[in-house]
Ligand binder design. Sequence first.
Ligand code: GDP
Ligand code: MG
Length: 162
Amino acid sequence: PLPVLAVVGRPNVGKSTLVNRIIGRREAVVEDVPGVTRDRVAYPANWAGRDFTLVDTGGWEAKAEGLNLAVADQAELAIELADAVMFVVDGTVGATASDEQVVRLLRRSGRPVTLIANKVDGPRQEALATELWGLGLGEPHPVSALHGRGTGDALDAAVKTL
Ligand code: GDP
Ligand code: MG
């Protein structure tokens, strides 16, 4: 089986936008991953000559109550099923309490993590993204999933962890 790279993070940080950029299309044929909800979708992906399964997490936006818990639950399952994780934070907001919950799960999991500071659409957003070093997950990779800025370098780093 191919290695699994999961894209994890709280709602609205741009996970699906990043996934679409990586797979190079707006909508991919989705395949079910055994044991996970239909909200989590896996896409065949290739980067730098490496084939892997890219897992987008989401759909928990629908859970109105207990948002933090829902985020943590979904992230925990995705992390468990993954060989490596891209942890996406909104680089224009910085780390929130919800992000910190996921950080704890990531630490406990022992999975390799590539930290992505998304929505860094230009140099103006880079200063806040740099503060994400403070999460203790290594280098934050500033990217704009929307425009493609920095996504190549971030993917290079993530694929090396597989
Ligand atoms: P998800 O809930 O984490 O999957 O986030 P989505 O991919 O659905 O994106 C949430 C919103 O953020 C959408 O309106 C996107 O267009 C926007 N977004 C995603 N990536 C970027 C980015 O790099 N820059 C900006 N400015 N907006 C982005
Ligand atoms: Mg999404």
